[in-house]
Design a binder for this molecule. Sequence first.
Ligand SMILES: [Zn+2]
Length: 335
Amino acid sequence: MEVKNESGKLCVKCVMPEYKPDITFNAAGQCSLCSGHKDANYRRQEGPLLETEFIKMLTRNKKRGRYHCLVMCSGGKDSTAALYYMKKRYKLEPLAFNFDNGFELPDALENVRNTVERLGVDSLMFKSDFMLDMFAAIVKSGAKAVICHVCSIWYMDIVLRIAAGLSIPVIIGGWTKGQTSRGGIRHPEFSSMAKGTADFLTGFRRQNPKYRDFPASVEEVIKRAGRRKAACTVISPHWFLPFDQEEYSGMIKRELDWKPTALSYPAGSTNCRLNFLSVLLSLKHYGYSHYHAEMIRIGILTREEALKRLEINFKEEDILPVLDRLRCRLDDLCF
Ligand SMILES: [Zn+2]
């Protein structure tokens, strides 16, 4: 499946295309994200964090109910390793939470079931078709909302409500060093995507009673959580630990019999099938997806490695069942 961006030009240093006014190119062909930072370490947005900081945070947030933390577990290597660390490295009592928007990969779900069984941790498997109408509307209306961001607003709202209800003080995600729990919306490469998503949600919930209470942004989710007066820290152990993906994917393969999933985008990830559409629509509207933006922030990949991972690895036949489930057609994507 071929997708081309508007200008066809990519930054000579990273993988970003030009997207005015958020991302512009200088005469040397370098994007404003690269040329705006003299320090090559800017890609590690937080600077080096220490594990002692993470342990201090865990100690500060004492267990109030049955669980020390809720771990969002998709069955991918990053979140499976996060769950493993919570149970084995820090000897805590986690609740594993799996969220299925109806498009999760069967082998990813199998990983979750297998992992919680082997680790002997309690788990909650949540599955809902509640959002199908909204996802379909994003496809059919040509709205610039990013499906992945809409979905993360949905699951963060649910996760925070569950944590509040069960008095769980810490939420653990498997975000890697290049990723943030909030989509990095303050960064220029995400500002138009965040606006496109918020604009769509604000209008759509006004017209659709079913989604009347749906939050328009992650900020709104956090504000609502604050009103519940159940303080909750959202964090990833990967931001603090020196291990790389190779190391911990080897470890969970050995210790938990974790298996990579068959097909997911970007290559080697464990994202759901709806992600195929999300990526195609982002490329159409913005010329890049949030994975492009994350890749440059990971800072551990070369430009060539990042470009390789970002290649579209799925085919038309892989997205047809997704469109079918949304009662949409290939034409709705308007490529
Ligand atoms: Zn660049």
